[in-house]
Design a protein around this ligand. Structure first.
Ligand SMILES: NC(=O)c1ccc[n+]([C@@H]2O[C@H](COP(=O)([O-])OP(=O)(O)OC[C@H]3O[C@@H](n4cnc5c(N)ncnc54)[C@H](OP(=O)(O)O)[C@@H]3O)[C@@H](O)[C@H]2O)c1
Length: 236
């Protein structure tokens, strides 16, 4: 019996390695949240052949049903924990200040790839500040050490996610995380959307990737000039 359990664990581990080494394989992707980022990423990932399960506090809400219908390709909605349990890739499209609490409510995420697009934004003296000392991605990785957290998609507006051409040139998405294979899987999703992926190193660099958004957001809203910028890696 004990041998059987060990064998099952080895088999699951081997399947996870195969899935991570074959980023083109169709995956079930849990998208937690049904707001702007979920609405940008869910349909974009479905268009690449993946099956999307939204995790919502109210999966039967009309707006969630509409999102499921728009996503198509076998998409569905359920509770956040059930969505996460059904998928090998989990996207945390949730409020940045609540992400730790939400991750703790999702059950066992060991072995899963967690895509973290969140920004821990907090109002302070009229400006938005980065509310955590390290980064949301590092906090999540600490909460679920056996998961593979990849910081991604936090540096651009959801509108650019769905329409990269609107930026007027290529847009790079920095990916920070400790697992190279997980970053390759996420890079494939990024590139499938017409965006460019750039591996910027380990989870410790997520602090700077989240900082890029602080520069963007305060520049855009702080001086009321409505200016904006996109990040593009130039290869020399
Ligand atoms: N908006 C952008 O352009 C953009 C771009 C890049 C990154 N981000 C970051 O991505 C994350 C999601 O942004 P968003 O614009 O998609 O946010 P949003 O529109 O406010 O959606 C957040 C979703 O989280 C879910 N949620 C779970 N618990 C919640 C709670 N206690 N209170 C409120 N919502 C809760 C909700 O889905 P249910 O009601 O179905 O549970 C909600 O639709 C944020 O951390 C943000 O900083 C945003």
């Amino acid at each position: 019996m004990k041998n059987c359990a060990s064998l099952t664990r080895i088999l699951i581990f081997a399947m996870a390695i195969v899935a991570m080494a074959n980023p083109a394989a169709a995956e079930t992707i849990a998208v937690i949240g049904t707001g702007d980022v979920a609405t940008a990423l869910g349909p974009a990932f479905a268009a690449q052949g993946h099956t999307i399960v939204y995790g919502s506090r109210d999966p039967s809400r009309a707006s969630v049903e509409e999102l499921v219908a728009v996503t198509g390709d076998g998409a569905s909605a359920t509770t956040p924990a059930a969505a996460a349990a059904s998928a090998d890739i989990v996207v945390l499209a949730v409020p940045g200040l609540l992400v730790e609490e939400i991750v703790r409510s999702l059950g066992d995420l060991s072995g899963k790839i967690i895509i973290d697009p969140t920004n821990p934004l907090q109002q302070s003296s009229g400006a938005l500040t980065h509310a955590v000392e390290t980064s949301n991605a590092a906090i999540i990785q600490n909460v679920v050490p056996e998961a593979h957290v990849v910081k991604a998609f936090n540096t651009l507006n959801w509108r650019t996610m769905v329409d990269p051409a609107s930026a007027g040139g290529p847009v790079s998405i920095p990916l920070a995380g400790n697992n190279a294979d997980a970053k390759k899987v996420v890079a494939k999703l990024v590139e499938g959307m017409g965006l460019e992926a750039i591996d910027v190193g380990g989870i410790e660099n997520a602090h700077w990737v989240e900082g890029m958004l602080m520069l963007w957001i305060n520049n855009r809203y702080g001086n009321d000039t409505r200016q904006s910028f996109d990040f593009h890696l130039r290869k020399n």
